[in-house]
Design a protein around this ligand. Structure first.
Ligand code: MG
Length: 384
């Protein structure tokens, strides 16, 4: 089952599935609105169940009457698909918080979840991890850094871990001091030097907000406190993250920067199988570099840590404000630096509720989206 099949992770997951036909069978696909690509994929992989989140796109899909395919419409349809008995593993690569109900539906039905949508853990980490534990389901990380940590930790308990070291490529701007963040365009921010990813995560990577979200993702996945999760800039994106153990040894996972490594690992875990992925040629690369992130130039990382430590509903608010701000930046309605200014302004207006239930989290999420839209309008009127 692949949720978000027409996006970057979804397309790569289908490439992994196509390379391992004896091992992986795709039984369901979900997308937001790209009907033509979704139906192409369904035909290629002989999938009987598809879901479309966008209601008008779902109507278009129904009108196409694809033979032998059941269409599940709307966001409720995506959630229903995630719980279908046909699948034993659900890969969630939906964009942002929209994946939350589907992830919970899969876990409630006892299915393991290969999780690419980090926003789900950022906003509702406690609820998601408790649901997984109660239903004895596993969450297998698809985010490359967390896949690396997952592989390095193996079966070691948190008590044997001194710290997690998340690597960050730094995006297109970390190594360029000359960039004016009020003038950066969407096209500049989308030119990622190493990774070919979706638009949302590429912009998050450029602001380093992505790494802030990943600190929270790592905290929930591995049960490690925030003061033991560090970030290091590593422009080559070969070392995907590291784990320092209490004996002082550091283990790292290395591979070329290709999402299929993390996807295949999650889909074939606990086995390792040859999937035809590119090999790593370190001798030809020559050098790998590491440096500390610049928190003054990239306040997103600082804001995310602040939200993480505050906890409660604050991470959901940071995430929602960031999702809106990134959309407005991509629309050309907000400056690049406006992204973190918007997030900070919304956080400053929020009174965090501790130990929130799902209803409270979703209420905070909606409030933060409205407030972020308002802040974007204010920013726009000020810059003319
Ligand atoms: Mg990542």
């Amino acid at each position: 089952m692949i949720l978000g099949s027409t996006g970057s992770i979804g397309e790569n997951a289908l490439r992994v599935a196509a390379a391992l036909p004896d091992r992986l069978e795709v039984v369901g696909l979900a997308a937001r609105s790209n009907v033509s690509r979704l139906l192409e994929q369904a035909a290629q992989f002989q999938v009987r169940h598809v879901a479309i989140a966008d209601e008008s796109a779902a109507a278009e899909c129904l009108a196409a009457r694809p033979r032998g395919v059941t269409i599940h419409a709307g966001s409720a349809g995506v959630t229903r698909l995630a719980g279908l008995p046909e699948a034993d593993l659900v890969l969630c690569a939906l964009v942002g918080i929209s994946g939350l109900h589907s992830v919970l539906a899969a876990l409630e039905n006892g299915k393991n979840v290969a999780l690419a949508t980090k926003e789900v853990l950022v906003a509702a980490g406690q609820t998601v991890m408790e649901t997984a534990a109660r239903r004895k389901a596993r969450i297998l990380p698809v985010d490359s850094e967390h896949s690396a940590i997952f592989q390095c930790i193996d079966s070691h308990p948190p008590s044997e871990i001194r710290r997690l070291i998340l690597t960050a490529s730094g995006g297109p701007f970390a190594s360029r001091q000359d960039v004016n963040f009020d003038k950066v365009t969407a096209a500049d921010a989308l030119k990622h030097p190493r990774w070919n990813m979706g638009r949302k995560v590429t912009v998050d990577s450029a602001t380093l907000m992505n790494k802030g979200l990943e600190i929270m993702e790592a905290h929930w996945l591995f049960g490690i406190p925030y003061d033991r999760i560090d970030v290091v800039i590593h422009p080559e994106s070969i070392v995907h993250s590291m784990v320092e153990f209490i004996d002082g040894s550091v283990l790292a996972q290395l591979s070329p920067p290709d999402m299929r490594f993390a996807i295949q690992h999650a889909l074939t875990h606990p086995d390792r199988v040859p999937g035809g992925l590119p090999t790593l040629d370190l001798a030809n690369m020559g050098a790998l570099h590491f440096k500390a992130p610049d928190l003054l130039r990239f306040p997103g990382l600082r804001l995310a840590r602040q939200a993480a430590v505050t906890g409660g509903t604050m991470p959901a608010v940071l995430n929602a404000a960031n999702e809106i701000a990134v959309e407005r930046f991509l629309d050309g309605h907000l400056t690049f630096s406006g992204i973190w200014h918007t997030v900070e302004a919304v956080m400053n207006l929020h009174h965090a509720v501790s130990a929130p239930d799902l209803v409270t989290i979703e209420k905070s999420d909606r409030w933060a989206r409205q407030e972020a839209e308002r802040q974007c309008l204010v920013a726009r009127s000020q810059t003319g």
